[in-house]
Design a protein around this ligand. Structure first.
Ligand code: HEM
Length: 142
């Protein structure tokens, strides 16, 4: 298929945990990790792109546990929190403001468009705060 569209590749630990324009992994936070959200079909397009088949439940669980445990490398060193990195998450608005029960920090700076309601699929863009929280810049129905 040629080069990875956004330069993000999954060949090695270093590449998979790298922040290339945005973070796809947030150590300790499976729900904030776009990589897992894509695999579960919460963020779209669902991965792998040529699925189905999707990953099995046990493979999803392995990824979930690995991220929850700090996305550690082969030596057991946890991935550093990519504070300040951009995030892009798709999901279902489950509260004002949360997607799939992941709490979102919405402030007066947040741009909320297209009148999203609880139950809607939404697209969230923002950055990762110092404590690993999702600081939302924009939230809209796609
Ligand atoms: C379980 C295996 C896979 C995982 C965990 C995965 C993960 C991801 C993630 C996190 C993105 C977000 C966009 C980005 O960061 O650039 C993405 C996008 C993309 N992936 Fe995958 N991927 C997988 C398999 C595949 C396969 C097998 C293909 C090709 C056949 C593929 C092709 C693409 C393409 C074309 C995009 C860009 C589309 C978009 O941004 O929505 N991926 N993938």
């Amino acid at each position: 298929m040629g080069d990875a569209p956004e330069g993000f590749v999954l060949r090695s630990y270093a590449e998979a945990t790298a922040v290339v324009k945005r973070a796809r992994l947030v150590p300790g936070q499976p729900e904030a990790s776009e990589l897992l959200r894509r695999v579960r079909g919460r963020s779209w397009i669902r991965m792998p792109l040529d699925g189905p088949p999707w990953l099995s439940e046990s493979e999803e669980q392995l990824l979930t546990d690995w991220i929850a445990g700090g996305a550690r490398d082969a030596r057991g060193k946890p991935m550093p929190m990519p504070v300040g990195a951009r995030l892009q998450l798709g999901g279902t608005l489950t509260a004002r403001w949360a997607i799939d029960d992941l709490p979102l920090v919405v402030s007066s700076q947040t741009v909320i468009e297209t009148d999203p309601k609880v139950g809607d699929l939404v697209d969230v863009r923002g950055t990762l705060g110092a404590a690993g929280e999702v600081l939302v810049e924009a939230l809209r129905r796609p």
